[in-house]
Each structure stands twice: as structure tokens, then as C-alpha cells.
Design a protein around this ligand. Sequence first.
Ligand code: ADP
Ligand code: MG
Length: 346
Amino acid sequence: MKRNIEKSLYIVAVCFFLSAYIVFAPGCALKQVQYTAVGTAMGTVITQHIYTKGENITGNIMEIITSLEQDRLSYRVSESEVSKINAQAGSDLFIALSKELNDDLTTCFNVSTKSEGAFDITVGPVTRLWNIDAWVSGENTEQKIPEPEQICSTLTHTGFDKITYSDDQMLLPEGMSLDLGAVGKGIACDRIADYLDQEGITGAVISVGGSILTYGEKEKGILWTVGIVNPRNTETPIGTVSLSGEWYVSTSGDYERYMEVDGKRYHHIMDPHTGYPADSGLSSVTIVCKSGILSDALSTACFVLGEKEGMELADYYDAAVLFVDIEGKLVMNSAMEKIFRQTKEN
Ligand code: ADP
Ligand code: MG
């Protein structure tokens, strides 16, 4: 975990081309200040650059992320709303959902339906069978590939279409559970943007692991430049996207958490139909769109679907998409062509 966070810190540092500065607005008594903070939450690194004439709100933002994780989303925290729902799996009483979680689940089920199950928040039993958490810690746990029979029987407890879900309540069948790991960081970016609106912040760029929010502007007419990780050389960005105002950038890749057995890479993005890590010939997918949860869900869904169907899905949601395949070839849709610039040496 610690090693992963140190590595992520390094990646974040090289991926942002942001300069620290203080702007003195001409003819204005209040000066705009840049606050920068780096911390950890949701098992990942949080980097904040906030441009404001007000107070330093970086601590409040860390609290928003932590309470989202602890009170709402984490299936590992017994008091969270998701854990309480999971604890009621198999009950024939409908489970009432908070408005916030209901809205997020509506988006998740929408992407699940449109991606024909490539994105599925009930995939948790499969990721636990593969024990992907142990890959995060980097400990030598003598990883094994699960037996096909184990995978088959685990798949009987997955499938979003087995859930009865209407408006703000659901019935979760016995043995099933919700895992919002694929969208937690994107949801955090959405909540942070709401808070920045509330506080009247001038500009910000905030990364929650692989999900990044750009907001407002730091200086009139200056675009945000966000580095996109090169999946086979995480120390040098493969390129950058230039963005004006509020956007959400999420990348899912096979380089974050994986194990190698007999030269084959097994990573943490599962194909819910097979119960094995997605094998779509991709090493990363980056999505840029107007919603954090959507950017995060789509990066996972497109990774599972592969280039052709992933491109159709991204276009359906008006999202820009960049695919990097396992040979290092780049493919993108026209929305991405307008904002992406490849780094020269790649
Ligand atoms: P990261 O967690 O590195 O940001 P992703 O956003 O792509 O990566 O999400 C991967 C996480 O989502 C996994 O840790 C797992 O909990 C869950 N997951 C894996 N495959 C799927 C899938 N096909 N649909 C939904 N969730 C998934
Ligand atoms: Mg994701």
C-alpha cells in the first residue's frame, strides 16, 4: 500500500504541468492565492490545486472525500450505506436508498445496461475471489489463478440484472453485494465540484487517484493541461488534454494493480461475463466528459468492451475517449482528437 502510494505520488507529480503562483488581480484589493495539498483517502493519492481569493479549503475537501468513503460508498466499512445494503442481501424487504446513492446507482445501472454488463457493480465476489486487494498491498501472497469451477460458481452471485431496483429502493438477492470501487473516485470529483460551486472558487484541479476534476480557471484564457499516464512507462505522460472549465478525466489501466503468472498479466478490471480480467487487447482507457461518475464508469466499461464497442459507448455518452492498446498504439474518437496532444517522444 505504502509503496503504491509513493509510486502514485510520483506519477501525480510528473503528470501535472501546473506551476505554483500567486496572482495579483489588477485593480483589485483581494489577491488570488493558490493552495496546494497532497494527501491520501480512498486508498489513493489526492492532489489539490485550488485558486481562490478566500480561505484554504483543501482540508474541507479531504473531509468530503473521507466521509463519502466511510459513510456512503465503501463496502469495507461496516457503517457505510453500501455495507448496510450488502448486509441485507437475501432479505425480501425492499432496502430504502438515500437520494445521493440512488442518483449514483441510477447512473451505474444505466451504464451497465448500455454496456451490456461490461460495467457491473455486482462484480465484487469475482474481484474478491481473485484477491485483487492483495495485489494492491504488493505483498508476496503466492497468488494463484482461481479454478474455472470456482469462477463459475462465483458468477452465480453476480449480475446487475438480478437486482430489483426501482426509484429509491432495491432488493439484493442472497449472496450478492454492491462494490462501487470502479466509480468511487469519480463520484468524489462530482461532490467536490458541488462544494467548489458553493464556495465560489475561481479555479481548481484536483486528482483523486485516476480521476481528475478541472474547474473554473486559474487565469483568464489559460487552459488546464492534464497529463495522461503512459501505461507502459508511468513516469512519462503519453500526452496531455487541454481543457477549459469543468471537466472530468478518468483513466483505467492494467498497470495499477496486477500480478503476472507465466508471463501473462492478470489485472484488476474484470470482465463480468467471464469472471476473468478483461482481455480486450487494451492497456488503458481515458475518458473525458462532464460527469465524474460517468467518466469513471465509462473508463472501466470501455476497457472491458475494447476499442470498437467502447468507442460506440463513449460516443453515445458524448464522452471523449483515448484507447492505448497492449502494443502501445493510440486510438481516439473525434472528441478526443480536439483536446489531446501526444508527447513527442512517444
Ligand atoms: P481503479 O480502481 O484503479 O481506479 P477502475 O476505476 O477501473 O480502477 O475500477 C476498478 C475497480 O472496480 C476494481 O478495483 C473493482 O473493485 C471494480 N471492478 C472491476 N471490474 C469491474 C467491472 N467490470 N465493472 C464494475 N466494477 C469493476
Ligand atoms: Mg473506473
